[in-house]
Design a protein around this ligand. Structure first.
Ligand code: GA4
Length: 323
């Protein structure tokens, strides 16, 4: 752990965790959305890693670069201007309500059109690039979970996508900015953690970043490895809700983000979640005869409440395991 003496950019951030250098992993599964085998490969990747890279995804590159440029012009505004966006989802240093800190600033909004946060954000800060991007990435998420359902031989194939398509779906969108921090890095000789380790609570996460490294995933043997960045592709992660719905067959990926010492990292993530009232249970069609559910029954609202009462790195699903 490093104690900061008030760096100018993020002066409230006093306790940032660090970690030892780790190796770059070249074994991340790469799945071509147009490959007829995609359904089988996706399931295999989600069983082994809970994570894969998606290519040939069909989202126009300009949607990503436009939003990235707009995000950067927002994050480059004077701090006092950015602070005015706090009611619309701007935050810095603090992650969640329970004392977690990171070397990060972000915009976090719910994507439900019935809530006003996204509308306000796009009208005031990111113009329409954010709407185009979210629409495209939502469609991609629907397609990905439908292909997964095919791979899992679940019928009907919209069992998962209907939850994301639901007008009450509790999905959110996050734009993250990780400024570089050369002085601090040199001081500690270790890697600074921008966003601490955690699993995503939702069903599925669709991430795109610029060409700056930082994302790491935790493998089954608990080693941390770096994911080589690729600004043209998406990285797909399984969330806790999907782990439960597949009765532990697909694994929710533990991940974190390290700070690059020279370049800033910008990432944009869509977290596809179910409606609040939805019961999160193992899908009966995925259970073998006599197979017991590993988790107690809960609603998404109950899980989300638990997530917001826990620390970032907590093993939240552990609280719902049957003993
Ligand atoms: C992790 C995934 C998403 O970024 C997020 C995060 C949320 C937040 O930043 O407000 C949480 C975190 C995330 C899990 C535990 C709780 C809630 C911070 C935190 C300590 C938006 C989400 O849905 O869960």
């Amino acid at each position: 752990m490093v104690v900061l003496s008030q760096p100018p950019a993020l002066e409230h951030c006093s306790l940032i965790k660090t970690c030892k250098p780790t190796c770059v992993f070249t074994g991340i599964p790469v799945i071509d959305l147009r490959d007829p085998e995609a359904k089988t490969l996706m399931v295999k990747a989600c069983e082994e890693y809970g994570f894969f890279k998606l290519i040939n995804h069909g989202v126009p590159m300009e949607f990503m670069t436009r939003l990235e440029a707009e995000a950067l012009s927002f994050f480059n505004l004077p701090q006092s201007d950015k602070d005015k966006a706090t009611p619309f989802g701007y935050g810095s240093n603090k992650i969640g309500p329970n004392g977690d800190v990171g070397w990060i600033e972000y915009l976090l909004v719910n994507t439900n059109p019935q809530l006003t946060s996204l509308k306000t954000l796009s009208e005031n800060f990111c113009s329409y690039a954010v709407n185009d991007y979210i629409l495209a990435v939502k469609r991609l998420a629907f397609e990905v979970v439908e292909i997964m359902a095919d791979g899992l031989e679940i019928e009907p194939r919209n069992v998962l996508s209907r939850l994301l398509r639901d007008e009450k779906s509790d999905s959110c969108f996050r734009l993250n900015h990780y400024p570089p921090c050369p002085q601090l890095q040199a001081l500690s000789g270790r890697n600074l953690i921008g966003f601490g380790e955690h699993t995503d609570p939702q069903i599925i996460s669709i991430l795109r970043s610029n060409n700056t490294s930082g994302l790491q995933i935790c493998l089954r043997d608990r080693t941390w490895v770096s994911v080589p960045p690729d600004q043209t592709s998406f990285f797909i992660g399984v969330g806790d809700a999907l782990q439960v719905m597949s009765n532990g067959r697909l694994r929710s990926v533990r991940h974190r983000v390290l700070i690059d010492s020279m370049k800033s990292r910008v990432s944009m993530i869509y977290f596809g979640g179910p409606p609040m009232s939805e019961k999160i249970v193992a899908l009966p069609c995925l259970m073998a005869k006599g197979e017991e559910s590993l988790y107690k029954e809960f609603t998404w609202w109950e899980y989300k409440t638990c997530a917001y009462n826990s620390r970032l790195g907590a093993n939240r699903l552990g609280l719902f395991e049957k003993t």
